[in-house]
Design a protein around this ligand. Structure first.
Ligand code: S5P
Length: 372
């Protein structure tokens, strides 16, 4: 068997600093390092209030919260606004598990418009490759447009000189973007989250012409510096960059799925061609094989037996198959474990999330050689 890829033994924070790591991946890797959490909660709930309570209960233990926005009965601007407020306060990124899989022009619209308008509020989403590689190009273009629109909205607010009112959920800080930094890393979130409120009231203050601002200030996929923070920075002082990234579904957790062999290899090849946008994969194991690879692997189908019990958790009778955090992270080299019902069905979801976080973190420490 081939030796594990060097990324298996490299701490998250060192991977974040590799020169080829794109800013959103670097941000996530540093966030994982600072929160000591390689846990993604799969928040598969059907109402806004359940989603928000869950985010509050579990937010401190996770680096990412994964949504299925299309199962939330009352999904609205309020859902987005309040979820983003919690994400900012508790420091996690949002991943909408949309699993795009259509022709390019359709996925662009699915990503940026309609009642979900995913590109406006989720830093990360995912796609299947079965429509062909141009699905990635299409989503990347749409992400660039969303970022440009965000940049424009920031610039507009500056041009008109009228501050956006901090929304009711906002933290007390309300610093605004400066005119030279169009994707403000260190800007507090009223600006960022104002973008998510498009369609509500965030931009109604802006009445100036924005033509000049767009032509001079907007760049596709803003190549801004990676947000800097290190071990000495307290977590509350980091702000997520307004960037968008994609995960390719290279493997699935379900029994009998067809995402195997050359299909999986094609996902990796396509990802290598779009390293500025494809952060990594949904897969059951690390797919880093070439020297330069530094993709982030996120693995669903993860569950633990109840506290005090041993053994493997059985499937759900509908194809889902489970592995332990230890097996996925230590033996398969995955970076982030995705857990849904294992946490959602617990009596104390906060304590259960902590239990998963600790298991996955201990497995990571063992993988990089810090623990047996
Ligand atoms: O292969 C996959 C890919 C995904 S994104 N298998 C999965 O289970 N998922 C998602 O992970 C699935 O849609 C669900 O939201 C979550 C797993 O939930 P759990 O309750 O089984 O942990």
């Amino acid at each position: 068997m081939a030796a594990p890829h060097p990324t298996w033994a490299l701490p998250y924070k060192d991977r974040a600093s590799l020169p080829s790591t794109p800013p959103l991946a670097a941000y996530l890797l540093r966030l994982i390092h600072l929160k000591r959490s390689n846990l993604c909660l799969s928040a598969d709930v059907t109402t806004t209030s359940e989603l928000l309570s869950l985010a509050e209960e579990v937010g401190d233990s996770i680096c990412l919260l994964k949504t299925h926005a299309d199962i939330i009965n009352d999904f609205s601007d309020r859902t987005v606004r309040e979820l983003r407020g919690i994400a900012r306060r508790k420091r996690f990124l949002i991943f909408e598990d949309r699993k795009f899989g259509d022709i390019g022009s359709t996925v662009q619209r699915q990503y940026t418009s309609g009642p979900l308008s995913i590109a406006k509020w989720a830093e990360i989403t995912n796609a299947h490759l079965f429509p062909g590689p141009l699905i990635v190009t299409a989503l990347k273009q749409a992400a660039a447009t969303a970022i440009a629109a965000y940049n424009t909205s920031v610039q507009t607010d500056i041009s008109v000189g009228s501050p956006i009112e901090p929304p009711s959920y906002a933290e007390s800080s309300s610093s605004h973007a400066n005119a030279t930094n169009h994707v403000p890393n260190n800007t507090s979130s009223p600006d960022r989250d104002a973008f998510a409120r498009e369609g509500c009231d965030a931009r109604k203050h802006s009445v100036v012409s924005i033509t000049h601002t767009i032509s001079t200030q907007t760049e596709p996929m803003s190549p801004q510096a990676t947000p800097s923070f290190d071990d000495s920075d307290p977590i509350p002082n980091i702000n997520s960059p307004f960037l968008r990234g994609l995960l390719l579904l290279a493997e699935m957790s379900t029994e009998g799925n067809f995402l195997t062999g050359s299909y999986t290899s094609s996902c990796v090849e396509v990802a290598r061609q779009h390293k500025d946008f494809v952060l990594g994969f949904i897969a059951q194991r690390s797919l880093n094989t070439q020297k330069e690879d530094n993709f982030i692997t996120m693995t669903p189908g993860v569950s633990l037996p109840p506290p005090g019990q041993e053994g493997k958790v059985g499937g759900d009778g509908l194809g889902q198959q489970y592995n332990s955090p230890r097996s996925v992270v230590l033996e398969k080299g995955s970076d982030v474990v995705i857990v849904g019902r294992g946490i959602l069905n617990a009596d104390d979801r906060s304590a259960e999330a902590e239990r998963y976080r600790q298991e996955a973190w201990t497995a990571y420490e063992a993988r990089i050689g810090r623990r047996r």
